[in-house]
Design a protein around this ligand. Sequence first.
Ligand SMILES: Cc1cc2nc3c(=O)[nH]c(=O)nc-3n(C[C@H](O)[C@H](O)[C@H](O)COP(=O)(O)O)c2cc1C
Length: 439
Amino acid sequence: MEYRLLTAQLGPAGEALDTLLAYEKAGGYQALRKALTGMTPDEVVEEVKASGLRGRGGAGFPTGTKWSFLPRGVLPRYLCCNADESEPGCFKDRYLIDKLPHQLLEGLLIAAYALDVHTAFIYIRGEYRRQRLLLERCVEEARAAGYIGKSVMGTDFSCDVIVHGGAGAYICGEETALLSSLEGSRGEPRLKPPFPAVKGLYGQPTVVNNVETLSNVPHIVARGGKWFAGIGVERGTGTRLICASGHIQRPGVYEIEMGRPIRELLEEHCGGMLPGHQLKAFQPGGGSMQVLLPKDIDLPLDFDSVQKAGSSLGAGAMVFMDETACMVNVSMRLVDFYQHESCGKCTPCREGTYFESRLMHRLEAGQADKAELATLADICDNMDGKCFCPLGDTATWFVMSAYRAFRDEFEQHCGAGRCPVSMPATGSHEDLLMAGSLL
Ligand SMILES: Cc1cc2nc3c(=O)[nH]c(=O)nc-3n(C[C@H](O)[C@H](O)[C@H](O)COP(=O)(O)O)c2cc1C
C-alpha cells in the first residue's frame, strides 16, 4: 500500500490541487493559521524537532536542528527553498510542485514564521519553466488572499515570497552555490564553515530546505510532531517520495512509509522488472549514489539501513537495472554528466572528471587495457574526499562501487574492441538531465 501523507489531498487518480480554491477546500492553509494564531515561533521549531523530520534534499540532516542553528537576534535572515532538482533519476520535487504547489508555499510560510524570516525564496531549476510559472501564479493567488505579504492572515507576521529561476546547472542545487547564484554571482560552492545558518544569503543567517522537506511542515504543525514521529522508523520518520525508474513495469513517483522493504516498492508499486528480465543492480539515491545488488532488495527503505549497506537514499531516486544494462556504459554516462556539470572551481573535480570521462569512453568502447583500470581507481582516489564540494566526490561513487561489484564486467571490456555485455543504451546527456531516463 502506498502511504498518503504529502499526497493525501490528491484525487483518486492523482488529480492535482493546483489552485488556491482547491487547496483551501481540502483544508489548505489551516496549519499556517494554527501556527500564526496559536503557536510561538519557538513552539513550531520544537514541533519540527519532535517530528524527527530529516531533510529530503540528499544529506538527511535533521530539519528542526538546522532551524535552531540560526543565531538569535541577527536580522534580516532568509529562507531558501531548494527546487533545483537536477540529480539524475530524480523528479519528485517537480511532482510536488505540479500537484500541490500551495502545500509547498504553506510549508515555506510556516518555516518563515518559525525562523523570523520576512523574505523567502524558491530557487527553481531553469528547465522547470512550467513549474516556475505555476509557482508564480500560486504566489500571486496566495498574496491576493492575504497569505503572503504584509500582516499575513491579519496577524503581525509579514512575509514576501520570491520565485527565482536558475539557468540549468546541477551545482546550483548545492546550497552555497545556490546562494551565490541567487545573489547574481557564478553558481560556485563556498567554503564551509561558515555554514549558511550563520553566514548565508547576502552574508546573513539563512536556511536552505528542499521542496519535499518543506511540504512536510504543514502536516507536522497540523497533527503534531509526536504524531509524525509515529510514522516510519525511529531515525527515519514520515514518508519518502521515491522516483522509480529504469527497467520496471510502472515507473513513477510513489509515496512510501519509511522503513518498508525496497522489494515492496519494486514488486507491488512498480509491478516488478520488465517481463522476462531479472534485477541486476539498482541505485537507491540517484546518480550520485553507490550501486546496490539483488541481495540488498529486502533492505528497509530508510536513511540508516541504506547507508549501512554502503549507499545512500540521497534524493529519493531509485533506478532499477536489469541484465541488459552494461555497468561500464551506465558508469560512463554518469561520469559524462558529472564532467559536464563540474563547475570547474577546484582542480580535483575539474580535471578528475575530465580524465575519468576520457578513460570511461575508452573502456566502454573496448579500447582500454587492464592497466587502465588501476588508473581509473587512482583518478577516483584522487577525487573522493579531495574536492571542494561533494559533486566531485560523488562523481566517483557509482563508478567505483560498480567496479568493485562487477569487476569481471569491467575487465571483459579491456581490449574487447566493443562493449561485450549488451547493446549500449542509446540515451543522451539530455536524457540524464531530464531525469528518470537514465537507461
Ligand atoms: C552537487 C549537489 C547538488 C545538490 N542538489 C540538490 C537539489 O537539487 N535539491 C536539494 O534539495 N538539495 C540538493 N543538494 C543538497 C543541498 O546542498 C542541501 O543539503 C539541501 O538543499 C538541504 O535541504 P534539506 O535539509 O531540506 O535536505 C545538493 C548537494 C550537492 C552537493
